[in-house]
Design a protein around this ligand. Structure first.
Ligand code: ATP
Length: 264
């Protein structure tokens, strides 16, 4: 059984004269232990799809059809309380603008320690030590345990989010444009960290970007999204030969200078 299977997902927003349907018939599969790259141009529906997987479609939008199966459980049928439980333990979203994902009022150490106390039932003392170790694993100096998110650079905040994911050990990690807004060197470092993360997390990862080059080095499979649905999906290195949709051809042409390599 696939770790994640999305079947014919539709998301709509009310509107006149007709509702808008930014996601219309999205289907994809993520196998356990693998990374799926979800690419597509701005507005194709990638972020909304990620939010739908997390049970966080912004109102008045709603899932108007389809199923999202995580380990065979249809998430679209969960109550809000059940969803919160699954979201806190089995799924983790790293999204654009890492600042917004961290609590601005709590130090980095406190936020990491809270995850360990609540999910791993560690004592506060052990959690604090564990939080320092996690920061070291993502190559952030542990003295930043006492720093607030605004005191860190964008790259460091992304590293803290990766540390948070390591603390939670979720089944599914969704990273939505995790390197957008970072300089090229920091982008490379963050992608290296994701490569490390995928080796440590037994579940799977969905890496979302408008840039094929960003996901190609990490993803086993690439799914190309266009106007609310997947138009091509294939193993990364076969995409240039297997892609048939004109939009995928455009994306490939745009990243031609960079050859698609084997996932690390
Ligand atoms: N809160 C909202 N209300 C109404 N429509 C929305 C809302 N959020 C998204 N949409 C619609 O859904 C479309 C897809 O948005 P989405 O953010 O998923 O695109 P994306 O592929 O992630 O683009 P980007 O790479 O720019 O983030 C948008 O073009 C917009 O029409």
């Amino acid at each position: 059984m696939s770790l994640l299977s999305i079947e014919d997902l539709h998301i709509s927003f009310p509107g006149r004269p007709t509702p808008s349907r930014p996601v219309r018939g999205l289907s994809l599969c993520l196998e356990r232990g693998s990374v799926l790259g979800l690419v597509g141009q701005s507005g194709s529906g990638k972020s909304l799809s990620a939010l739908a997987m997390m049970g966080m479609v912004p109102r008045p939008g709603r899932i108007s059809g389809g199923r999202i199966l995580l380990d065979g459980v249809d998430l679209t049928r969960l109550s809000p309380a059940q969803y919160r439980h699954v979201r806190g333990r089995q799924m983790f979203l790293i999204f654009q603008g890492s600042a917004a994902a961290l609590n601005p009022a709590l130090t980095v150490g406190k936020q990491l320690a809270e995850v360990m106390v609540h999910l791993r039932e560690a004592s506060w003392r052990k959690a604090r030590v564990g939080a320092g170790e996690l920061l070291e694993q993502v190559r952030v100096d542990p003295r930043h345990l006492n720093s607030y998110p605004f005191e860190l650079s964008g790259g460091m905040r992304q590293r803290v989010l990766v540390a948070m994911a390591l603390a939670m050990e979720p089944q599914l990690i969704i990273a939505d444009e995790p390197t957008t807004g970072l300089d090229v060197v920091t982008q490379g470092e963050i992608l290296d960290l994701f490569a490390d993360l995928r080796r440590r997390i037994p579940g799977g990862m969905i890496l979302i970007s408008h840039d094929l080059r960003v996901v190609a080095s990490l993803a086993d499979q690439i799914a190309v999204m266009h106007q609310g649905r997947i138009v091509d999906q294939s193993p990364t290195r076969l995409l240039p030969t297997q892609a048939h949709h004109p939009h995928t051809r455009e994306l490939l042409a745009a990243s031609r200078a960079f050859s698609l390599r084997e996932p690390c």
